[in-house]
Design a protein around this ligand. Structure first.
Ligand code: FAD
Length: 452
């Protein structure tokens, strides 16, 4: 069997690894149009902040390693078109200009997404950057040490914008971060959490402005110098645009069924509308565990699960894509937070009505352990359906890293567990690590009282 995998990021990497596990005898061809395979944008902040020194190590895989495992890797080679009737792809070698066709038995598309750029006057000025992939990582890193750069303007306060803002602030730059939303991280956390994080940003020199519409990039000598918005003009010698992504699906437009935003429609086995063509990652949607509906959640964790699912099905073993809840974690200066599933403030965006929540504030470990010894306040919020107690979401934040609790909530959502199940669930107790009632027990018990 000949399998062609297109795209070498999270989805493509996992599809290749999955195929090696499922069918070691398969002939695997792996294509990437960029000049580097499997760069992890997830690791970009670690590189920008200097935790990781070499940008080339921020990857899952090297060409040599994949080839040692029998995978044929083609870098700087783009799949330019697909002939689904003859089951072949047209390949353009971007390095030497040559072209050829390659046949396939199974085709797995992990073609991902590209950052959305603002279509406003001044959009062609220099120093308007995005933040995705190795090339942008290198360019951003150069800017961090540029002594002429004083003001950085970040558009979009999702995870990526937050990472950009924090990295540039730590590099000593004056940073403003703006969003359409009134709250920063508005899609990830409720206001009890975002108020604290906005304050944390402020204390570390990052100015957040919400409910902003950018109207123009103003330039001087061809380079951006300020940004006009409906809330004033901001100095900016560098703009980082992190206002969402657009699926890279022009390759399959007219061939595969796409949704209204151009994402590839897939079934529960990751198969597209054309037999033997599978799609995974940010170019697709995922099954959202709280509602059972498909949802667009651009995460590497999802792309990896989809890649494994596509590989299993392409190899002939039936495997359904697991339902996911958009679980994610991040740090903002001294705080660590994580969230999963439905939030109280934005439940309607997730297709949910009438959800209720309980917020608990408590110490991470028994209060006899001092803050100097590592104790810290933990804020945990559980969101549930009051009609049957079903757990729909969770959010956690502390200056101590307690983010892993959210994986339990994600699993509870996926398993359709209720606050009744969680209220007395068995979690370990050791005063150096936790309390006799974990904060999730406490919150679920409060939720049960609220329902009754
Ligand atoms: P993409 O990463 O979009 O990659 C697609 C690849 O396909 C590209 O390399 C592209 O060159 C190639 N390609 C496209 N078309 C063709 C073609 N026709 N021929 C050949 N090659 C082609 N997610 C998390 O879960 N945790 C995190 O901590 C996290 N942090 C992030 C931080 C940043 C700064 C960013 C930008 C994203 C982060 N994400 C994180 C999200 C995660 O990176 C994406 O969800 C993930 O990259 C999606 O993977 P993908 O395989 O769909 O495709």
């Amino acid at each position: 069997m000949k399998v062609i995998v297109v795209g070498s990021s999270h989805g493509g990497y996992e599809a290749v690894r999955g195929m090696l596990l499922e069918n070691p005898d398969a002939e695997i061809q792996w294509y990437e149009r960029g000049n580097f395979i499997s760069f992890l944008s997830c690791g970009m902040e670690l590189y920008l902040e200097g935790t990781v020194k070499d940008v080339n190590t921020v990857a899952y895989e090297t060409v040599d390693n994949a080839e040692k495992d029998g995978v044929h890797v083609f870098v700087q080679q783009e799949i330019a078109s697909i002939d689904e009737k003859n089951k072949s792809v047209h390949v353009k070698n971007l390095a030497d200009g040559s072209e050829r066709d390659e046949s396939y038995d199974k085709l797995i598309l992990a073609i991902g997404a590209t950052p959305r750029r603002l279509d406003v006057p001044g959009k062609d000025l220099e120093n308007l950057y995005a933040m995705r992939g190795r090339d942008w990582a290198i360019k951003l890193k150069q800017k961090m040490v540029d002594p002429d750069l004083k003001h950085v303007f970040v558009i979009g306060s999702g995870y990526i914008g937050i990472e950009a803002a924090e990295a540039f602030a730590k590099a000593g730059k004056e940073v403003t971060i703006v969003d359409h939303n009134p709250r920063l991280l508005g899609n990830y956390l409720d206001s009890e959490f975002t108020e604290k994080l906005t304050q944390e940003f402020k204390e570390n020199g990052v100015n957040f402005v919400g409910s902003v519409n950018v109207s123009e990039f103003v330039g001087k000598d061809g380079k951006v110098s300020s940004v006009k918005t409906d809330q004033g003009t901001f100095d900016a010698e560098l703009v980082v645009e992190t206002a969402g992504v657009i699926p890279n699906t022009s390759l399959v437009d007219g061939l595969l069924d796409l949704d209204e935003r151009g994402r590839i429609k897939i079934d529960e086995h990751q198969e597209t509308s054309v037999k033997d063509i599978y799609a995974v990652g940010d170019a697709t949607k995922v099954p959202y565990a709280p509602t059972g509906e498909l949802s667009s959640i651009a995460l590497a964790s999802n792309a990896r699960r989809q890649g494994r699912t596509a590989a299993a099905n392409a190899a002939g073993r039936e495997l359904k894509m697991t339902a996911v809840s958009g679980s994610s974690a991040l740090s903002v200066f001294n705080y660590h937070f994580a969230s999963t599933g439905v939030k109280q403030d934005t439940q309607e965006k997730c297709g949910v009505k009438g959800a209720e929540s309980v917020l608990i504030e408590d110490w991470a470990v028994p209060p006899f352990v001092s803050e100097e010894a590592g104790n810290a306040k933990v804020y945990f919020k559980i969101t549930f359906d009051p009609t049957d107690g079903r757990i729909l979401g969770g959010q956690i934040m502390s200056t101590r890293d307690v983010t892993a609790n959210i994986n339990t909530i994600s699993f509870a959502i996926q398993q359709h567990a209720t606050v009744y199940d969680l209220a007395y669930a068995d979690f370990f107790f050791q005063p150096g690590f936790d309390r006799p009632w974990n904060i999730m027990n406490e919150a679920a018990q409060a939720a049960v009282r609220k329902i009754n």
